[in-house]
Write a protein that binds this ligand. Structure first.
Ligand code: UTP
Length: 298
């Protein structure tokens, strides 16, 4: 019987330099898509996938993130008094139970692999998920839930994968595919940001993973060996071809927005706004107007 995936690591210790000056004082993960911070989308997705323990790897200046998950009794009382039941319900849904959420500090931004490694003592010997909250995925069935279901069949290590245009492969970890089984591929190699023209495929890894605890052992070795950033991709690649483990890519169904980039964040804002009943008419009309003006100016 395969161990269930009940823990997720959220590495949020990066500096978010692409959003300076905002990220000088606001953690990137607290920036709002419509009316919810990015991190709330990540938590909701994790819950839907059966995650029970939420481990945040944070850094200096991320206090607002911890405050966000605290209960807000005064605010709740005020809403109750004013009969704002709907808002009260929304607020309550953001509360985390005591002990459900843990924070670990990454003292230096040594890379995503290092951030995951920082959480090793909270995970022990069991499979775990990793979610990067700046990758937001709009999907009928939440992406991590799709992956957990697929993982129940395969075990090993699984990364979310999506096709990217050839000129974009040098921005991603790219899979070298052994066997393509449709939604799932088995992997014979992984390359971090390959040079244009040398990419083994156009199947890119994005910010959802289900990993075996072996990854911590691999990160241990990378940590003591390599200089510079410690890449999660390298630690996962070491599991390729292992008989009791292996690495799989999973082509999720859904649309991914790179909310770590300004263009991606704006696109997500429009897409999530248009998906909302209370906003779609106003926002849609405004976008039509903008497009008409653009067309006329051409
Ligand atoms: P990014 O590459 O997007 O880096 O990290 P960043 O610092 O967040 O943003 P920019 O590039 O400066 O604008 C991908 C994910 O890995 C985490 C980040 O918080 C983000 O969720 N990360 C990265 C860490 O937790 N620690 C690190 O040392 C590096």
């Amino acid at each position: 019987m395969r161990k269930k995936v009940t823990k997720a690591i959220f590495p949020v210790a990066g500096m978010g330099t692409r959003f300076l000056p905002a990220t000088k004082s606001v953690p990137k993960e607290i920036m709002t898509l419509v009316d919810r911070p990015l991190v709330q989308y990540a938590i909701d997705e994790a819950r839907a996938a059966g995650i029970k323990e939420f481990i945040f790897v944070t850094s200096r200046g991320k206090g607002a993130l911890e405050d966000y998950f605290d209960h807000a009794p005064q605010l709740e009382q005020e809403l109750r008094k004013k009969g704002k039941d709907e808002l009260l319900e929304i607020l309550k849904n953001t509360n985390m139970d005591s002990g459900e959420i843990a924070y670990i500090r990454q003292h230096r931004a040594l890379g995503l692999g290092h951030a995951v490694w920082c959480a090793r003592r909270l995970v022990h010997n069991e499979p775990f998920a990793v979610i990067l909250p700046d990758d937001v995925i709009a999907a009928e069935k939440p992406c991590l839930q799709q992956m957990v279901e697929a993982y129940e069949e395969t075990g090993g290590n699984m990364v979310a994968a999506m096709e990217v245009p050839p000129e974009k492969t040098n921005s991603y970890g790219i899979l070298d595919v052994q066997e393509d089984m449709g939604a799932m591929v088995s992997v014979k190699g992984m390359v971090e940001k390959p040079d244009a023209g040398s990419s083994p495929s156009n199947l890119a890894v994005i910010g959802r993973y289900i990993l075996s605890p072996n990854i911590f052992r691999n990160l241990n070795k990378l940590k003591s060996g390599a200089g510079g950033e410690i890449q999660l991709t390298d630690a996962i690649a070491q599991e390729i071809g292992k008989e009791d483990s292996g690495v799989y890519g999973y082509r999720f169904r859904g649309q991914r927005f790179d909310c770590g980039s300004k263009a991606g964040f704006l696109q997500a804002t429009v897409a999530f706004g248009l998906a909302r009943d209370d906003l779609k008419d106003d926002l849609g009309a405004y976008l039509d107007e903008v497009m008409a003006v653009r067309k006329a100016a051409e």
